[in-house]
Design a protein around this ligand. Sequence first.
Ligand SMILES: [Fe+2]
Length: 278
Amino acid sequence: MKIIQVTDAHLVPERREMHGVNSYERLSACIEDIRINHQDAELCVISGDLAHKGQIGAYEDLARILSRLPIPYRLMVGNHDIRENLRSVFPETLTDQHGFIQSSIDLAAGRLIFVDTVEEGEKFGSFCARRAEWLAAQLADSSDNPVYLFLHHPPFDVGIPNVDRIRLRNGDDLLAETVEPYKNIRHIFFGHVHRPTAGSWNGIPISSFRGTAHQVALRLEETPHLVRSHEPPAYGVIFLNPHSTIVHFHDFLDKSAFVAEADLAKHRPLEPFQNDVN
Ligand SMILES: [Fe+2]
């Protein structure tokens, strides 16, 4: 079963450039690439920082872009989002009983749980008793089926000091305690770091992707400011299988795919290879 993860779109009203990037055009290109190549995906998860400052105009642009996406999607909030503004444009957005934008969906591969880690007005993330109670109920109700968790903020350091300062800070221990009894959690997918990472946390596999707008540079030393970069934007193509989870990091603006001349000489392809369509 295939799903898609898109993250950190950082849309700006009036489609202005920010950090030398037009995030509207970038997200549009991303969604077009998904439309061409992944109409068979079950779901597209957009894991937060949808708008750069939570502006309603940015969410309206997001709605315009997503109208072209032919598969179901689930929106999550990041530290740059404002829940009330998001819900004013996307009133169907699911919340829990306390108004946190968190929900779950049962697919053939298992249960996908989308956790709200936002402390509104802060860059760092939070996890509180009310969210822990909700997540524990979602996990208890999963009946030992595979569970895949989605967060905006990672609850661990990734080794970049200026990113680690704004990770899930309040309640990372509570999150660890909440998930610890459940051995059916197959993977944690997150956003926020604007970089590709893979590894594990307390034995649970983890991964993240570059955003669709600007990125964060791999600067492992202390720096006075967060160092950003113009590494290529990406999204994730994820296979959730009974015995494996496969995560592809796809640079959707890269059009360099090719077939070697020697291979073309040996075998006639069934159809002409087109470098402009991935
Ligand atoms: Fe972000």
